[in-house]
Structure formats: C-alpha cells, structure tokens
Design a protein around this ligand. Sequence first.
Ligand SMILES: CC(C)(COP(=O)(O)OP(=O)(O)OC[C@H]1O[C@@H](n2cnc3c(N)ncnc32)[C@H](O)[C@@H]1OP(=O)(O)O)[C@@H](O)C(=O)NCCC(=O)NCCS
Length: 220
Amino acid sequence: MRAAFENLLGTRVIVESDHPGDESAPLSDAETALVARAVDSRRREFRVGRACAHRALARLGIAGHTIGAHPERDPVWPDGIVGSITHTVDCGGRLRCVAAVAPTRVAAGIGIDAEPSTPLDDDLMALVCRPGEVASGDRDAAKVVFCVKEALYKAIFPLTRRFLEFSDVSTTVSLADGTFTARAVTGAGGPRFPEGRSVHGGVVVLDGLVLASLRLPPGF
Ligand SMILES: CC(C)(COP(=O)(O)OP(=O)(O)OC[C@H]1O[C@@H](n2cnc3c(N)ncnc32)[C@H](O)[C@@H]1OP(=O)(O)O)[C@@H](O)C(=O)NCCC(=O)NCCS
C-alpha cells in the first residue's frame, strides 16, 4: 500500500503504512483522550493510523507533535504541514492504515482513501453517484467513485471547512490511466472550491483494495 500511494502521490509526499507493533505504539495523553470512549476496533485503527503519521512526520524531522483532531475529525498537523490518514480492512480481514504528509511548499492539501474493492451497496448508489457518473447498476465503478470522493473530501475540507455532499462533486475516472478528475458542480465548497473548479488525482485497484489520492498544488 505504501508503494502504491507513493506512486500516486509522487516522491515529495511522505507516505508510511502500518508496521508490526503499531498497535502498541505510544500515543500522547491528548491523543489517547480522543478515543477514550471509543470501541476497541476504533481505538486500534486510531492508534495504528497515528503511528503511521508519527513515522511520516519523523521523516520530515518532526518528533513529539501531538496529532490532535478538529471537531470535524480532521487531524491537527504541525504548522506548515498537510496530511491525510486512511484505515481499512483488507480481504484477509487485516487492518491496513496509511498516512501521507508533506510541507505546504509541496502541497496545499493531501487526501488519501482506501476501501475494499467490493461493489457499493445498492442503497448508496444514488447518494454517491450523480446521474450518468457511472453506467447504470455498475456498483464496482460506484465504489471507485466513493473512494475518490472521500479522498477529495479529506484534501479539501481542511481548506474550506465546508461539508460536501457526494452530489456536490462529479468525477471522471480512468482506471486504465490510474487517474481521476473531480469537479465541483455546486457552490457548496465556497470560494476555495467554487462551482466548475476541477482537481486531479490518482486511483488504483490493488490486492482487493481501491486506493485514491490527491495532492492539491501549493497555493490552491
Ligand atoms: C471523513 C470521511 C471522508 C472519512 O473517510 P472513511 O472512509 O470513513 O474513513 P478512513 O478510515 O478512510 O479515514 C478516516 C480518517 O479521515 C480523517 N478525517 C476525518 N474527518 C476528516 C475531515 N473532515 N477532513 C479531513 N480528514 C478527515 C481522519 O484522519 C480519520 O482518521 P482518524 O480519526 O483516525 O484520524 C468520511 O467519514 C465522511 O465523513 N464522508 C462524508 C463526506 C464526504 O466524503 N463527502 C464527499 C464529498 S465529494
């Protein structure tokens, strides 16, 4: 997963994935408090995701930073750093986590998402995909769109601090090229992501997972 996201994001973005032992990696008291009342599986994914993120920050020379969370759950990165975290469960039932970080001179925002490459639930099709965005009934393509839109949201939200519905964005995906374009089709993203604005990212299906990512250019 790490190599796949490195390929998608480029060499200037630091990517780290889960290592053995991450489930017992130390958290600061403030980080521990964020999931104090959560169920075990959530505490586990949080700890492993934070371990990946701390390892990635260490490669930028940053140690000891508490990665807090805003009320809307996006991580609090050190000043001058952007990043993103994803957790999923692979087809062997194993928890997989990835974190990607970069200085703001490299990216204005980063979004990564990993999802099992299983068909999207039928009842989510109309919520996730705009009319004509995927062929009628193509739940595999819809799952890719879901993953792409979640990655987009993670990159954009810290800049706009505006909630986006799936229907606020229209995507064009080419799995053959490993790329996607996502375009705001409403004004819900505000002035930083106005109607008509497009962003570009990468997407791949690998080992039973859909992986999507985007790096917003500096100054976005
Ligand atoms: C936030 C959201 C995208 C997370 O995706 P997910 O597939 O459920 O879960 P993942 O494990 O991949 O990612 C979770 C991580 O995303 C990050 N995250 C959560 N909320 C976030 C936000 N508002 N902005 C950026 N990152 C966020 C966190 O790091 C979180 O992990 P942590 O709590 O352990 O730190 C999703 O739960 C959500 O709210 N989606 C609705 C909004 C949306 O996607 N709209 C589509 C617009 S086109």
